[in-house]
Design a protein around this ligand. Sequence first.
Ligand SMILES: Cc1ncc(COP(=O)(O)O)c(C=O)c1O
Length: 385
Amino acid sequence: MDFDTLLVHSGRASAPAVQAVNAPLVRASTVVFDTLDSYKQAQRGTVFDGPRYGRSGTPTTFELQRAMAALCGAQACIATSCGLSAITAVLSAYAGPGKHLLLSAGVYGPARNFCEKELAPTGTEIEFFAHGADVSQLLRDTTSLVWIETPASLTMEMLDVRAICAAARARGIPVGADSTWGTPLFFDAHGLGIDISMHAATKFISGHSDVMLGLVTGSRDALQRVRAYCERSGTHAAPDACWLALRGLRTLGVRMRRHEASALAVARWLQQQPSVRRVLFPALESDPGHALWRAQFSGAAGPFTIELAPCTEEAFARFIDTLRLFGLGTSWGGFESLVMPAVPHHLRALSGAADAPRLVRLHVGLEDPSDLCQDLAGAFEASTS
Ligand SMILES: Cc1ncc(COP(=O)(O)O)c(C=O)c1O
């Protein structure tokens, strides 16, 4: 089935039983069984699907997990409480004393923090590689996982996913990826060779800025350790969040195509503005990552970064504070536009230089793009007057 058809029809198997279009919301801590035999069956092994106890999910969780697995062309999916907990579950499952985790430098900042503050002190060797590095030279016998994010959080550099996966596969090492920006619509993570793909469903999948949720997809084998870690650590998603994410999924296709078209229109307009030094957005032909984006993505999600011309802190504050349609907030992926001063952890870590460039991350929402450009024009005017 085509992706758009799957968006509409997957994750609804339990709907006919309640004569509704949508799967019912099932909240439960306790799961009860008819017989001792069915109880014993449920307790066996690692579960990806099927009720056992509230922490392993309810029928609502399983509907979302099955839908997401189908959309990503994966065998299984695990839902967690938020995107960060999905990342930390994967990293924790593959970490351990003497093990080596190799991560792209531009991973989401809190993922870097987790590695440095939680995993490194207990003996996991953490290494970050710069964009363009030859990963095959960095793999060790002890490397247990390569973790990547492309485009990089905030700085938007692209990675060559196929090359990284090929190098890791040659050594039998799994590759995990934060695929949030691409969404399952624009980024076929497993098709490119990624073993474990993770989405902060908080963003585009939910799409309405009212849900915290993480989703991890892969083969049952690749996810076995992650699922076991989630069971041991109590990492799970609330059924209410899963239900809202299922609702968000239905419109993912139309929303993403609109986000893409509007983001491109706003980005091209920004390239013409004297107050803007650079637009970091791989979907633009002028971007250094454009060829890699074209080769690996079928669309562009929308969040991108701009570098403003040097200005005082007061002028910068006037720019941000004058914006009316762009809310000031640290998230993205919702229907509404957002702006945020970008402080990339990896730039701080790699170069030691503080946040010298005036980087600003924009999330282009579903508003009319010419209204958004007008809002930005007013803010540029206020900052330079
Ligand atoms: C790329 C990326 N991955 C993961 C996350 C974490 O998701 P959550 O906020 O649901 O923990 C974020 C949040 O901003 C993100 O931008």
